[in-house]
Design a protein around this ligand. Structure first.
Ligand code: SF4
Ligand code: SF4
Length: 64
């Protein structure tokens, strides 16, 4: 299980990249992407997915 970024909604603000405890978020070209192999949905680390919490855009960091 992992989260994903909906590219159409993402403004590439970069806020999520620094909040991820697993460094699962990175920029590829001009888009931010989540590496599903690294994403734990923040389980055991935080009460909620940190990328979704910090993202200013609705419905952008969502369960894959
Ligand atoms: S849900 Fe958590 S582990 Fe997954 S990408 Fe978002 S911040 Fe990183
Ligand atoms: S916080 Fe949201 S809008 Fe900003 S780069 Fe991440 S997914 Fe895109």
């Amino acid at each position: 299980m992992s989260y994903k970024i909906v590219v159409e909604n993402c403004t590439a603000c970069g806020a999520c990249e620094f909040e991820c405890p697993n460094s699962a978020i990175s920029m590829k070209g001009d888009e931010f992407i989540i590496n599903a192999d690294k994403c734990t949905e923040c389980e055991g680390q935080f009460d909620s997915p940190q990328c979704a919490d910090v993202c200013p855009m609705p419905d952008t960091c969502i369960p894959a």
